[in-house]
Design a protein around this ligand. Structure first.
Ligand SMILES: [Zn+2]
Length: 144
């Protein structure tokens, strides 16, 4: 589940240069289809480059992907694993994006996460409430 800390942390990787900086020891070189700069262009940064050097994360949809192969196309992989990602739907490089578009995507991803968290909490509450009601009902019936 995407918590709010994770969402706000991803805002630090809005800019291509900040994403690229996380690739300390990327497994493939600059000529590879799956190079660090192509990964960063496709929205991915490395959340834990030393502990999990093969793992990347999208700064908009927060999808984590690993198991990369040298000829993988980062945009295609991103799209096939998370077609609902707002960054993927726009499919623009940083040079093509406007600040408004970037902010709109960020806002959208935060709203999506909030809605998801809210739905999960609501479901938990509903389940717990049913238990409380059953217990109360038993006690109530005993009394009468
Ligand atoms: Zn994404």
């Amino acid at each position: 589940m995407a918590d709010m800390n994770s969402i706000f942390n991803s805002i630090n990787f809005c800019l291509l240069e900040d994403r690229l900086e996380t690739y300390k020891k990327w497994q493939f070189g600059n000529d590879a289809p799956c190079s660090a700069s192509k990964m960063a262009e496709a929205g991915f940064y490395q959340p834990n480059p030393l502990g999990e050097p093969g793992l990347v994360k999208c700064f908009i949809c927060l999808k984590e992907l690993d198991g990369w192969e040298i000829n993988d196309d980062p945009w295609k992989e991103h799209e096939s694993h998370q077609s609902s990602c707002l960054f993927i739907k726009k499919k623009k490089t940083e040079n093509e994006l406007t600040l408004e578009e970037l902010l709109f995507m960020l806002q959208g991803s935060i709203l999506q996460s909030l809605e998801k968290t809210h739905a999960e909490q609501k479901e938990n509450l509903t389940n717990n409430f049913e238990e409380v009601l059953k217990t109360l009902e038993k006690k109530w019936k005993k009394k009468k």
